[in-house]
Design a protein around this ligand. Structure first.
Ligand code: SOE
Length: 381
């Protein structure tokens, strides 16, 4: 292999471990990368499951202690896809060891913890990125281009929701594989840090900073068996959250998320209304961007459904031929490609740890507002 290599060490092998591994494997097949990612080592505590994951996805070696992984001289990048409560410790240790760091979202359990992570990663000066993958759906990236070109004009409204229904059963325990998101000690929060964090990340990217929020949350199932103790314990995560927001640019917003919207599995939608034009995007139809332009000729004026699959659309020139669409997993391939391109020049890729701290601050303000019932100012990174 003549190309310089970039050796990846991943911590965690669940759902995100699979999306990331797929991204590392495919990126150089479709993008001209300055360095070749190598799936060098995977780390997890259950050796049997870990070995199965390594065999399936092609990781060369494994470790059962993340500290050992970080000590290894042959690892360039530490990629964190463990539950939220371990992001900070691993990321800080990795940064101090001079490794580049990729971290699953949300960055941290809360803003103050995120601040420590940003401080250490910036002190170490290592390339970093947080996996807010929906920015890299080509239709969403294209929306960003349209907004930056000024096509929407002054923005009045931002509207986002992320709806799921997988926690409606009262029999689901909190904690353990696949269900740690129901345990506040592992997740930090519920839908706010998990799903709204995606909506907030995209919103900050597309529409700038949020100034203040007014939120409400609800926990519909108050007690669930905890897998750690075997006892019924209070559920401390938010099952649903809705909030109003004011952006710095003067626009108004509504955000809603729940895991109790029967029938919805992952319905992430966003709409932006500007003075001149509007856009609408829906994860279930992810390759389409709906666009309305008031400057269109009167009688023909209407919503256009742009199939974002042409060679001149973001990322699409690297895939198949115009008209053939891609999907969810490709957002991770794009994220790997952008990270490696930036890392080869010693840069971070967006969203950086600092960008993701801004999202964390909005989440903190949302949860504080829900608790106090008052409008709450957002701290800025
Ligand atoms: C939760 O169910 C989840 O898997 C999130 O954790 C992901 O970030 C989101 O993309 C899909 O839903």
């Amino acid at each position: 292999m003549s190309k310089k290599t970039l050796n990846i060490g991943i911590v965690g092998y669940g759902f995100m471990g699979r999306t990331h591994a797929n991204g590392f494997r495919k990126a150089s097949n479709f993008f001209n990368l300055p360095m070749q990612p190598v799936l060098k080592a995977a780390c997890g505590r259950d050796e049997k499951k870990l070995k199965e994951y390594c065999d399936k996805w092609g990781w060369e070696s494994h470790e059962t202690d993340w500290r050992k992984l970080i000590e290894r001289k042959d690892i360039d990048v530490i990629d964190i896809c463990t539950p939220n409560d371990s992001h900070a410790e691993i990321a800080i240790a990795a940064a101090r060891a001079g490794k580049m760091v990729m971290c699953e979202k949300p960055l941290a359990m809360n803003g103050p913890q995120g601040e420590g992570m940003v401080r250490e990663i910036e002190k170490a000066g290592v390339p970093n990125m947080v996996w807010y993958n929906y920015r890299r759906v080509p239709a969403v990236t294209y929306a960003k281009q349209l907004i930056d070109e000024g096509r929407l004009g002054r923005i009045f409204h931002y509207r986002a929701k992320f709806l799921q229904d997988w926690t409606i059963s009262a029999d689901l325990p909190q904690g353990g594989a696949g269900l740690w998101r129901l345990d506040a000690a592992a997740a930090g929060s519920g839908v706010t840090g998990d799903l709204l964090a995606h909506c907030i990340d995209t919103a900050l990217w597309l529409n700038g900073n949020i100034e203040s929020v007014s939120a409400m949350t609800e926990t519909f199932i108050k007690e669930r068996v905890h897998t750690g103790t075997g006892q019924k314990q209070e559920v401390k995560i938010d099952d649903a959250c809705a909030f109003l927001a004011r952006f710095n640019n003067g626009s108004l917003a509504t955000f809603e998320s729940t895991r109790y919207a029967r029938g919805h599995k992952a319905l992430y939608t966003l709409e932006i209304n500007g003075e001149k034009a509007s856009i609408f995007w829906d994860l279930h139809d992810l390759h389409r961007l709906q666009y309305f332009d008031h400057r269109d000729e009167g009688p023909l004026r209407g919503w256009r459904s742009i199939h974002v699959t042409d060679g001149d659309h973001p990322y699409m020139g690297n895939w198949w031929v115009p008209g053939l669409q891609i999907g969810y997993e490709h957002t991770f391939v794009h994220q790997v490609a952008d990270f490696i391109t930036a890392a080869a020049e010693g840069r971070s890729a967006s969203p950086t740890f600092r960008d993701a701290l801004e999202t964390q601050y909005v989440c903190d303000a949302v949860l504080a507002s829900a608790a106090s019932g008052a409008w709450t100012q957002v701290k800025h990174a």
